[in-house]
Design a protein around this ligand. Structure first.
Ligand code: GTP
Ligand code: MG
Length: 402
């Protein structure tokens, strides 16, 4: 098969919380409007599969769920993960006739095993390997990128591998370097960041993209991934990575789940977030509710010094309780019937969060979050219609902390 008959694949790689799903959602919604057949694969390491749900919420996937394959029990760069990726690709190719396949890797995914996998494929061809780099995180944690290379060198001298090695290697293997969240840093600092990052991979083309605003058509203009450029890197890193490929969850990045039917106390949650935001919690995300906004299901999205809350929808229980629900009696009966199956104390309302971070910090933050759930007394107060102090922005959505 000649290379152009093969289906192009674009990989969205990049560290935890760098903006991959934001870009992916944007590209998927364009695919519906522009009538371009895109198939999607997402790898969310959390068993809650938050990204799978978020992408599942886009119009195009709601129309046909089978265009999205979700892998969420291991990182796709592991041996196990590559097998699942292979199955997902063949399933998509046999059920659909995609013009493009886009893959979102998990934030702890090393790109090398994926690149090696695609090198051997007959039906698909790798075009773009995008690495999304959070410029706010570089500003905060790496002095605008200046300390990235010295910290990597330090790792090499000490024979150490950690998330800095991962970040640098993600950049080394990319064809396109996408600087995200540039709206959060001083404009005059952007060229510095770009220069430091380009030193790691001078061959990559560099772009600044805010809130995933990139046209879908531009993905069709990308040339095939140049395997030749990374030949030496492959040779050097192969032995090192062979060990990591065996682990489903490498780099000592720990994940914790917070599952509860209770709502958060808005003020306590606010205080905890302000206390912990700058500490080594790479990422937390998921769905929850606040005692003060009990009709709404909210998306929690925290990454490197920022948190955003987004309104995702209404809880069924909230609709049923609302006197002005605007639904017919029949629809309410149906909703109540569905709600009977719920096991929680608050109908379908619940909280499901994933916290990902440094082994040393992740438990402290998780415990602090758990202390924000309503106590029994507060639940009684809520049931009696009591009010709760709520400092979160009234018009959800974005709350950031510089
Ligand atoms: N200010 C700002 N925030 C952004 C931008 N892009 C993404 N975000 C926010 O960054 C957070 C993380 O974004 P995601 O798209 O979920 O990141 P991700 O890379 O998919 O995260 P993981 O899959 O968990 O690794 C969300 O709160 C986004 O709204 C941007 O350009 N500017
Ligand atoms: Mg994501």
């Amino acid at each position: 098969m000649n290379s152009f008959a093969k289906i192009p694949v674009v990989i969205l790689n990049g560290f935890l919380g760098s903006g991959k799903t934001t870009l992916f959602r944007n590209l998927l919604s364009q695919s519906k409007k522009k009538d371009i057949r895109v198939c999607a694969i997402v790898n969310d390491m959390s068993e809650l599969d938050v990204d799978g749900e978020l992408l599942g919420n886009t119009d195009v996937v709601e129309d046909d769920k089978s265009i999205l394959e979700s892998i969420h029990d291991c990182v796709i760069s592991s041996m196990n993960g590559i097998q699942k990726l292979d199955q997902a690709i063949h399933k998509l190719l046999s059920h659909h006739n995609p013009e493009l396949i886009i893959i979102e890797t998990s934030g702890s995914c090393h790109p090398m095993p994926l690149i090696e996998y695609f090198k051997e494929q007959d039906e698909v061809r790798l075009s773009g390997v995008f690495v999304l780099v959070d410029s706010l995180m570089l500003a905060h944690d790496f002095n605008y990128g200046e300390s990235l290379i010295p910290r990597m060198q330090n790792n090499l001298i000490n024979n150490k591998r950690d998330t800095v090695s991962l970040l640098v290697e993600q950049i080394m293997f990319c064809s396109h370097l996408i600087l995200t969240k540039t709206d959060r840093i001083e404009k005059e600092k952007l060229p510095d960041i770009a220069t430091y990052v380009q030193e790691i991979n001078p061959l990559a083309s560099t772009h600044s993209v805010q809130f995933g605003r990139l046209t879908l058509e531009s993905l069709f203009e990308i040339e095939d991934y140049d395997y030749y450029k990374i030949t030496r890197l492959l040779e050097e890193l192969k032995p090192v990575l062979e060990n990591e490929e065996k682990a489903d969850r490498p780099y000592n990045i720990s994940t914790r789940l917070v599952k509860d039917d209770r709502p958060f106390h808005p003020q306590r949650l606010w205080d905890v977030c302000h206390e912990y935001l700058d500490q080594r919690i790479y990422r937390s995300k998921g769905f929850f509710w606040l005692a003060s906004r009990d009709k709404h299901s909210l998306l929690w999205n925290q990454a490197a010094g920022g948190i955003s809350l987004e309104l995702i929808g209404s809880w069924r229980s909230g609709i049923v309780e609302d006197k002005d629900h605007g639904l017919s009696e029949m629809e309410i009966v149906q909703l109540k019937e569905i709600l009977k199956k719920e096991t929680g104390r608050f109908g379908d309302r619940h909280c499901d969060l994933t916290v990902i971070g440094d082994e040393s910090q992740v438990d402290r933050f998780t415990d602090a979050l758990k202390s924000c759930f309503l106590t029994d007394d507060e639940i009684s107060l809520w049931r009696a219609g009591g009010e709760f102090e709520d400092p979160w922005p009234k018009n959800i959505v974005r709350m950031v902390n510089q």
